[in-house]
Design a protein around this ligand. Structure first.
Ligand code: ATP
Length: 595
């Protein structure tokens, strides 16, 4: 499934970035633009017009007061600039830019949390999503900065150009010739540099991958227990070699044209243009030395700033690329509309009617006409070989996906009639691939930012047989999980983590409990404890267990055996054994293993 990409043009993306920054920090954005524009104009006056004005005064025998009229305001402006800039650059900008990026991250997190799980199956969407999360926030501020630089440089160009035209119109022609040569060569250099970047990007992504594998903790065990590091080092060496070749391929022509451009610039500007100015001042007496100096400097500012503008243009393209991904992600419509309005009952019967489902991008269906009725308070088990479709059924039940056909009902209503978030709150789920969050145990139990009910948490930890281990933790519920941010933090074993994940489900106290492989990492005692806990819950809760260990499923009211997306056998443990079908075969095999 491909996500629909809306095209966003470069200009529209840059306006989007500036608009965003302005909405989050309007005063700062104004100050940010003014800082550069006013600063550049002050520099223009300081370096171009001030000295020219003073020489002009001296030439025509002006007074000191006349000099001071110009000198004092420029000196005051320069002093203010010198004092204010460090304040803006090292205090106001970092503070405001953090605020702007925070606003973008918050928006991204909000969107990511509300995004349907099926989006993660769309590789193009997922790639764009990762890029948006990692890179887009910095490009919002960087694009605004590039635009402010462009605006400021163009203002300086306009002032310097107007001055040259008003003083000696012909000089503009000479400057124009110089400009055309500079801009043309810079344009070609830009194109070559972009090509070089394009060629280097895939190679550098491979290098980044190798780099990541060496520093991410997830890979450390595989790296240490195998020889794969040698292969990765070899890959890194090869990509480095490829990069060197690419630099060698593009480098010489870029340097050659740069040298040519600078030499032509020098000859035209310091040779031809200066000669022309001297000729007009000394031979034609069209203007004095002050104006000569100002014209020379103004042309310098004009060409320097225009070149800067041309050099910056590819930056817009680069920012725009990331901003487009950010916008596409934020504008992505939820394909699973949350239109339910009915009040969601705490619990109720669950009914699946002839459910068919194919994963996006797959050509073959995973669920092929499953029907089942789970009465309120019933304990059921889904069993079957790997890939039979057990976890998929749970995803359909939780409305992480909608079936292609057939329906899912909860408390006599189609689950589409309930608001999704309310509906999902009715389920406490222990997923097969649950994750511990790098925060304290308390928050890992209540999985929210609310205050933990410690009494309930104590009971739950006892039920999942984690109480003794918990007693050894001096920080109790404040104990940090993982060492990611805290050296004192603890890394739980696989079984311990599974107990905490199970405790989460029990703490949530939902009407329906779903346990996907709850005992896969548990030792036999903990498994027994888990079975007991599940049985204890029998009073009022519906429990759905997916398990490969048939010792767990013996305790349930009804077992559904799935194969290849279909229910092939159903009944309680005894009746399924008596049937002597697939379940009985699986159970006998496991029982033999235990013996
Ligand atoms: P196991 O016992 O190994 O956990 P299961 O019975 O829970 O297996 P499911 O996880 O439901 O099986 O997977 C059923 C089939 O659907 C598998 O062939 C799997 O490859 C496929 N599948 C699962 N998730 C996705 C997905 N997100 N996109 C495409 N196919 C998927």
């Amino acid at each position: 499934m491909m996500c629909k990409q809306r095209k966003h043009g470069i200009i529209s993306n840059i306006i989007f970035a500036i608009g965003w920054q302005f909405r989050v920090a309007p005063w700062y954005t104004l100050l940010y633009f003014l800082q550069m524009i006013v600063g550049d104009i002050i520099t223009l006056f300081e370096h171009t017009f001030l000295v020219a004005y003073i020489i002009g005064c001296v030439e025509r025998g002006g007074t000191l007061t006349e000099v001071l009229y110009f000198l004092v305001p420029v000196a005051v402006a320069v002093t203010i600039k010198v004092c204010v800039n460090p304040l803006i650059d090292s205090y106001i900008t970092p503070k405001s830019s953090a605020k702007i990026k925070e606003a973008i991250h918050m928006k991204l997190y909000e969107k990511a949390a509300s995004m349907e799980i099926s989006r993660y199956d769309d590789s193009q969407f997922y790639n764009d999503f990762v890029w948006a999360m990692q890179k887009a926030p910095e490009h919002v501020t960087a694009a605004t900065n590039t635009f402010r630089t462009l605006l400021s440089k163009l203002i300086v160009v306009a002032i310097a150009g107007s001055y040259i035209i008003s003083t000696d119109a012909l000089a503009v022609l000479v400057v124009a010739v110089i400009m055309v040569s500079t801009l043309l060569s810079q344009h070609i250099i830009n194109q070559w540099k972009m090509k070089r970047e394009e060629d280097i990007l895939p190679v550098s992504r491979k290098r980044d991958y190798v780099n990541r594998v060496f520093y991410l903790a997830d890979y450390v065990k595989d790296i240490k227990s195998s020889q794969i590091s040698k292969k990765l080092e070899k890959d890194f060496g090869e990509t480095s070699e490829q990069m060197r070749k690419l630099v060698k391929k593009h480098g010489p022509k870029i340097s050659a044209l740069t040298v040519l451009r600078d030499s032509v610039d020098y000859i035209l500007y310091d040779g031809a243009y200066l000669t022309y100015l001297f000729y007009q001042a000394l031979v034609q007496n069209k203007f004095g030395l002050g104006s000569l100096l100002a014209l020379y400097k103004a042309a310098n500012q004009l060409s320097g700033n225009l070149r800067r503008v041309i050099m910056m243009l590819p930056e817009f393209q680069n920012h725009s690329l990331y901003l487009a991904k950010l916008r596409t992600f934020l504008e992505t419509e939820n394909k699973m509309p949350d239109e339910g309005t009915l009040h969601t009952p705490e619990t109720g019967d669950i009914l699946l009617q002839d459910v068919h489902f194919t994963y996006p991008g797959n050509d073959r269906p995973t669920i092929k006409g499953v029907s089942m009725e789970i009465k309120k308070g019933e304990k059921i088990a889904l069993v079957g070989f790997n890939g039979a479709g057990k976890s998929t059924l749970i995803k359909l039940l939780l409305r992480l996906y909608d079936p292609d056909s057939g329906s899912v009902h909860f408390a006599q209503q189609s689950i589409k009639e309930y608001p999704i978030t309310d509906y999902r709150k009715r389920f406490g789920v222990l997923f097969q691939d649950f994750e511990m969050i790098a925060t304290d145990i308390g928050h890992n139990l209540n999985m929210s930012n609310q205050v933990l009910d410690e009494q309930r948490a104590d009971e739950v930890l006892k039920k999942v047989a984690f109480w003794e281990r918990f007693q050894t933790m001096p920080q109790k519920y404040g104990t940090q999980l993982t060492k990611e941010f805290d050296e004192e933090g603890i890394n739980l074993s696989g079984g311990e983590a599974q107990k905490i994940a199970l405790a989460r489900v029990l703490y949530a106290d939902s009407g329906v409990i779903i346990l996907d492989e709850p005992s896969s990492a548990l030792d036999p005692i903990a498994e027994y404890q888990l079975n007991k806990t599940v049985t204890e819950l029998a009073e009022d809760k519906t429990v759905i267990i997916i398990s490969h260990r048939l010792s767990t499923t013996r305790f349930v009211d009804k077992i559904y055996m799935l194969e290849n997306g279909r229910i092939i056998e159903q009944g309680n443990h005894e009746s399924l054994l008596a049937l002597k079908g697939k379940y009985a075969e699986m159970f006998t095999l496991q029982a033999e293993k235990y013996r």
